[in-house]
Design a protein around this ligand. Structure first.
Ligand code: NAP
Ligand code: GDD
Length: 326
């Protein structure tokens, strides 16, 4: 193993953000360790896609198993810990609310406990979310906007968020919480709406699919590029004092207009293919999210670099190539 000045532990390294963050930290010279939950099928495709599967050290463990997290802290000797693992799909959180509470909520507390027990000087990042704003209490959401979660996922994340603040205030941990708005990429899971759309666009264009069934296309999201957002996570842990930050683009778009951008990129009209299917409606919807990233700009000198048009182009082209290889 190559010796490096800094050692990071990433939970959720096989997910979208974990893969981009691992690449970002490797490029900065870190030794990168990842918590790897055992699964029956392959979960390393994102790390292979970025060409880093052999450069990270995977440590077997699970968010719901505190002893495995303690061992991961010991084995990695991590000085920075990024808790990105979660049951992260909002729709599933109504089908599996208790699993979501255990993994997404108590799981964050387990990681905080492992940090406190093994190396309380390690810096900690919690992957909080705009989903905590839910039924929004202000038109533009900032760090001081009251929360009103609308899904078991949002409630579980709120627990992790407040535990992060509590461990900072109780034990002096350098624990920061990034309240990240939606961020996407060609490595996004297929169940999330942007990737569902770009995959369908590629299949429809190549004659492999006839229609795209969606739920509430009037919902609005503040969408950015995951590759930009992982830098903000790292910047938070480089500050003298831990804090909480909204990370967003400051622009919001309907699912409908996002579809229009994706279909138009290959010369199609979304109206000809999108079918509304109530099966994809949620028991309680987050109708609109719009983040105010002013604090991140002022304190971290961070701004989102990629606009939605560029993001959708990147995702459609990646899916066009992927589908044509099938
Ligand atoms: P993702 O692609 O769904 O990745 C989730 C990761 O968590 C995967 O590596 C998964 O492992 C792992 N995981 C799930 N349950 C686990 C468990 N019990 N023990 C250990 N690992 C477990 O999510 P993402 O989009 O990268 O998001 C990263 C984090 O940011 C998540 O916490 C998410 O809730 C939060 N977040 C995301 C966004 C966004 O727009 N992407 C916005 C705000 C906050 P497997 O691969 O083995 O399943
Ligand atoms: N997934 C999905 N599938 N969403 C659909 C569909 C569909 O067929 N049709 C409409 N939507 C709407 C959803 O109802 C929601 O309003 C919006 O599209 C976005 O859905 P997702 O892409 O599933 O993301 P999300 O906003 O629920 O959650 C994502 O962002 C959160 C941050 O705000 C996830 O990444 C969460 O983990 C993250 O915390």
């Amino acid at each position: 193993m190559k010796l490096a000045a800094k050692s990071a532990l990433i939970t959720g390294i096989t997910g979208q953000d974990g893969a981009y963050l691992a690449k970002f930290l490797l490029d900065k010279g870190y030794t990168v360790h990842g918590l790897h939950a055992r699964r029956a099928s392959d979960t390393l495709w994102r790390l292979r896609h970025l060409g880093i599967a052999n450069d990270v050290n995977l440590i077997e463990g699970d968010l719901t198993d505190l002893s495995s997290l303690i061992r991961a802290m010991e084995k990695s000797a991590a000085t920075e810990v990024y808790n990105l693992a979660a049951q992260s799909f909002v729709a599933t959180s109504w089908e599996q609310p208790i699993l979501t509470a255990n993994a997404t909520g108590v799981g964050a507390l387990n990681v905080l406990e492992a940090v406190r027990l093994v190396n309380p000087k390690a810096r900690f990042y919690q992957a909080s979310t705009s989903e905590m704003f839910g039924l929004i209490q202000e038109a533009m959401q900032s760090e001081s906007t009251p929360f009103y979660p609308r899904s078991p996922y949002g409630v579980a994340k709120l627990f992790g968020h407040w535990m992060t603040i509590n461990y900072r205030e109780s034990f002096g941990l350098h624990a920061s919480s990034g309240i990240l708005f939606n961020h996407e990429s060609p490595l996004r899971g297929i169940e999330f709406v942007t990737r569902k759309v770009t995959d369908a666009v590629a299949r429809i264009k190549q004659g492999k699919q006839k229609e795209l069934r969606l739920g509430n296309i009037d919902a609005k999201r503040d969408w950015g590029f995951a590759g930009d957002y992982v830098e903000a996570m790292w910047l938070m842990l480089q500050q003298d004092a831990a804090d909480d930050y909204v990370i967003a683009t400051g622009k919001t778009t309907t699912v409908r207009d996002m579809c229009q951008l994706a279909f138009a990129h290959v010369g199609l009209k979304y109206e000809d293919y999108v079918v509304i299917d109530p099966k994809f409606y949620r028991p309680a919807e987050v109708e609109v999210l719009l983040g105010n990233p002013a604090k991140a700009k002022a304190k971290l000198d961070w701004v989102a670099k990629t606009d939605l048009q560029t993001l959708m182009t990147m995702m459609v082209e990646a899916d066009m190539a992927r589908v044509s290889r099938e």
